[in-house]
Design a binder for this molecule. Structure first.
Ligand code: TYD
Length: 207
């Protein structure tokens, strides 16, 4: 039986990595077979693309190039890792996916969702996540949690106004995809947020 495909999304500093770790601990404890991966990255080729995208020295990179690199990294990860793991029947969890491209490049960079959908049609047609956990936290608070933009990678250097647009993008996507995107209030304690995620995934029959 084909496994389920779950993705995690959110702005910088919402505690996404921490929540994924907590979910991982839960899955181990309950003997749920899973595979965890991340975007951009997750394969040797994709990690190399990730380094090009996030390198703070690449200030001349165009928005279109950035979006295409994310899509390229994604298609490699899908074919090399996600598809085979789903075929093995595993629960596949991916830290970011195509919604990140829609929110960051489509909305915040202003490329528009149509362009992003076009260049990601392989991911969107063949591998739409079964569910996406969106960690919802006001970007100002999220930004403060992470400690501002100093010494960050190229995307993180973009500043608060950019991240507000990313947030608005995510909110719009959640509205358009109410069946798939599970909105989790991430403003509380990490244990509280974790409990909300587990409850939501149980309700959907994932756990
Ligand atoms: P990462 O260090 O993995 O950030 P995080 O811990 O917040 O997930 O860096 C990934 C960065 O790439 C992050 O700023 C979001 C951005 N991104 C996009 O802009 N578009 C995309 O399609 C993806 C997958 C990520």
């Amino acid at each position: 039986m084909k496994g389920l495909f779950i993705t995690f999304e959110g702005c910088e500093g919402v505690g996404k990595s921490r929540q994924i770790k907590l979910l991982e601990e839960y899955l181990k404890e309950h003997n749920v077979p899973y595979f965890l991966t991340r975007e951009p990255g997750g394969t040797s080729v994709s990690e190399q693309i990730r380094n090009v995208i996030l390198d703070g020295k690449n200030t001349e990179m165009t928005d279109e190039c950035e979006a295409l690199l994310y899509a390229a990294s994604r298609v490699q990860l899908l074919k090399e890792v996600i598809k085979p793991k789903l075929d093995e029947g595993l629960l596949v969890i991916c830290d970011r996916y195509v919604d990140s491209s829609l929110a960051y490049q489509g909305y915040a960079r202003g490329l528009g969702t149509e362009f992003i959908e076009r260049i990601n049609s392989y991911a969107l047609k063949n591998f739409t996540p079964d569910y996406t956990v969106f960690l919802d936290l006001d970007p100002e608070r999220a930004f403060k949690r992470k400690g501002g933009a100093d010494g960050k990678d190229r995307l993180e250097q973009s500043g608060l106004s950019f991240h507000k647009k990313v947030y608005e993008g995510y909110r719009a996507l959640a509205k358009e995809n109410p069946e798939r995107i599970i909105v989790i209030d991430a403003s509380g304690e990490k244990a509280e947020t974790h409990a909300k995620i587990i409850a939501a995934l149980k309700e959907k029959g994932v756990l």
